[in-house]
Design a protein around this ligand. Structure first.
Ligand code: ATP
Ligand code: MG
Length: 302
């Protein structure tokens, strides 16, 4: 059974999609695990990084996107969740020269419209908008969980901002990775998503939850070698669980955003960002493997 990991921050451009893809590829290649990436963002960046523009257009024409999946299965029609997936995606190869076992549920420009449509469908059963929103979110959560049986890790690349799908992803996640770029608004952004994840109304209430018990981990990304960045990260780490790994600002990491036809080695794709990717993987691997084993045991006992 899968460990569900969401990568989320309501602030845009902090590296959610970059980190999501890195983690998915690291686990599929170094961890030799079955990994699924679910693209919950209507900008579809994780999909574009993994399959390129043409690959994404082909997926859309074949009705293999997250919007098709939600639309078709919301009312319980008996389609198979795996029919919406693309297997063996990405432009990197494993040590044997093959594409790794990394599958993708492609993103869709229509995801927001579809959420509106699901809301309208559900509204026939209740006139209370809060009840309707909770039911839609709960159903999306159930749909996401249906992928848990076939994978060791499911990565949920979240959109910036808030949507029912993003809220469902936060609820589904066993852990949320919160990338942030060290700047003066990052603390506020981290506070806001932490309140949502922990379901607390105030920072005082949040501070009652020991950092080790929280459902999220902060990851500094795009870090420059400056005292200002170090201070900002340290300050956020006073109130939030912080990963030891920090991802530096590097051209090689920015360039990894570009999909190329054919398969490259990880070294070719990530260049001198590969050592940072290794540190990120090494820090998260034990938690994910433990979590997946625990979920498998729980499922066997149910
Ligand atoms: N460590 C890094 N070093 C250099 N560039 C980076 C780094 N991390 C991300 N970037 C670049 O920053 C930009 C934003 O990254 P990305 O799209 O992953 O962020 P995001 O949080 O997913 O954005 P959005 O909120 O729009 O979904 C991209 O151009 C990406 O290549
Ligand atoms: Mg993104």
């Amino acid at each position: 059974m899968a460990f569900f990991m969401a990568v989320a921050n309501r602030k845009g451009g902090v590296g959610k999609s970059t980190i999501s893809v890195m983690l998915a590829q690291a686990f599929a290649i170094w961890g030799k695990k079955r990994v699924l990436m679910i693209d919950l963002d209507s900008q579809c960046n994780a999909s574009l990084i993994l399959i390129g523009g043409q690959g994404w257009r082909d997926a859309r024409n074949a009705d293999k996107t997250i919007a098709d999946f939600f639309y078709d299965l919301f009312d319980g029609i008996p389609a198979k969740p795996r029919d919406y997936l693309l297997p063996n995606v990405g432009d990197v190869q494993d040590e044997t020269g093959k594409a790794p076992r990394l599958a993708l549920l492609p993103g869709s420009l229509l995801l927001e419209d579809i959420q509106g449509e699901l809301f309208v469908r559900q509204a026939r059963e209740s006139s209370n908008p809060e009840v309707v929103a909770n039911r839609v979110r709960g159903r999306i959560e159930n749909l996401l969980r249906r992928y848990g049986a076939s994978y060791v890790l499911v990565v949920l690349d979240c959109p910036p901002g808030l949507s029912l799908a993003a809220l469902a992803a936060l609820k589904t996640a066993d852990k949320v990775i919160v990338p942030f770029k060290p700047d003066y608004v990052s603390q506020l952004a981290v506070d806001r998503i932490a309140l949502l994840i922990e379901d607390k109304g105030t920072l005082d209430a949040l501070n009652q939850v020991p950092t080790a018990e929280r459902g999220y981990l902060c990851l500094a990304n795009g870090v420059r070698n400056s005292g200002k960045d170090r201070n900002l990260i340290e300050e956020i780490g006073l109130f939030h669980p912080m990963m030891q790994t920090q991802m530096p600002q590097k051209d090689a990491i920015a360039n990894a955003f570009d999909w190329e036809p054919g398969l490259r080695t990880l070294e070719q794709k990530y260049g001198d960002g590969l050592s940072d990717m290794r540190r990120l993987y090494a820090e998260l691997a034990p938690m994910i493997e433990r979590g997946s084993q625990k979920a498998t045991l729980q499922a066997a006992n149910e």
